[in-house]
Design a protein around this ligand. Structure first.
Ligand code: ISE
Length: 342
């Protein structure tokens, strides 16, 4: 049931009012039905103040604990940096609130495991992890094609993840933990098969990349069903933001993520505008994701990647970072899926 009467709207506390949090505040105010932002939490007062401009009637807090004590929220959308997820997740789980947690669940498998334990202790599926690509219409179409076997079995995925540039806070490990993290979730979901081995290779260094980085990289993955995956991860390519996938089947190929829209022939050239960043490339995916979460949360459930999915990605990232530094292939060894997540 989607509640539409604003007096009964699902009250969302947005935790973290940086770029992503502010974007979600706007989204909930403009495109999401049955929900409104009732609280914005961030230690930075100026960020809170500017986010509140898009959330009439919402209250600003510097600590999540105060918002919980005021009973100001029905659910939380966590958009703080990953290393701050655990201290927010734990009290929200204790309060048994539905949670949409931006990726990653937490930055390492040990802390993700603690979150799994805390969620299981509540007896409810409260956490949905914000791997938004699963809500992108083209990714969904590709998944349906894989499922249907209309073009035969999936044999290979050739992926590219290109950013025009990255902020100063982006470090070498961020190539895996901040960027490839998305493919570690979406590739097994697309192919319906888990990653069993992975390996990172360095290309010639892009001379345009910041001093602290060595990239682009190529990430090779093998899935349990034999599907082979290669991913070009590239963050200094300057021309725009592009996330593409070519899927190779028995009897055909499929492509998603190509630039689309108005084609312009002008001054001796023809072309289509490319995205500048992920907020526009994945705008529909974010909208669909947040709406699905709100609708599910109103029914006491989740509608996307679970905390267990978040844990599996944390393991892949740990091995990915290890391979990034020594170039050696790694196997992914996961514990058995806890019964709660089957
Ligand atoms: C950023 O944090 C994201 O999550 C984007 O989706 C990704 O494309 C980018 O590489 C990351 O830095």
């Amino acid at each position: 049931m989607t509640v539409t009467d604003s007096a009964h709207d699902f009250r969302v506390g947005v935790i973290g009012a940086g770029m992503m949090g502010a974007d979600h505040v706007k989204r909930i105010g403009s495109t999401i039905s049955g929900a409104r932002v009732s609280a914005v939490v961030d230690p930075d007062e100026s960020r809170v103040a500017s986010a509140l401009e898009n959330a009439p009637g919402a209250v600003g807090y510097s600590r999540i604990e105060d918002a919980l004590e005021d009973q100001a929220i029905d659910g939380v959308l966590i958009a703080t940096p990953g290393f701050l997820h655990e201290p927010v997740l734990l009290p929200c789980l204790e309060a048994k609130l539905p949670i949409l947690c931006e990726k990653p669940l937490t930055p390492d498998p040990e802390s993700s495991w603690r979150i799994l334990e805390a969620e299981q202790a509540t007896g409810e599926h409260l956490i949905q992890v914000g791997f938004m690509r699963r809500f992108d219409p083209e990714y969904r179409q590709l998944r349906e094609l894989v499922d249907s076997e209309d073009a035969g079995e999936l044999l290979m995925l050739r992926c590219a993840h290109r950013n025009p540039s990255v902020p100063d806070s982006y470090l070498q490990e961020s190539l895996i933990n901040d960027s490839v993290v998305h493919e570690f979730d979406v590739v097994p979901w697309l192919a319906d098969s888990p990653i069993v081995t992975l390996e990172v290779k360095h290309a010639r260094r892009n001379r345009l990349t910041p001093e602290r980085l060595k990239e682009p990289i190529l990430v090779l993955m093998e899935l349990a069903n034999g599907t082979l995956v290669d991913l070009e991860m590239n963050v200094s390519i300057q021309f725009g933001y592009q996330v593409t996938t070519e899927a190779v089947f028995d009897s055909g190929i499929a492509r998603i993520g190509e630039p689309s829209g108005l084609q312009l022939w002008h001054q001796g050239r023809s072309g289509v505008a490319e995205h500048a960043d992920f907020t526009t490339r994945f705008a529909t995916a974010y909208d669909n994701q947040v709406q699905a979460w709100v609708d599910a949360a109103c029914k006491g459930t989740i509608a996307g990647p679970s905390a267990w999915d978040g844990y599996k990605v944390a393991v892949a990232c740990q091995e990915g970072v290890a391979s990034l530094s020594d170039g050696r292939p790694r196997s992914l060894n996961l514990p058995e899926t806890p019964a709660f997540y089957l």
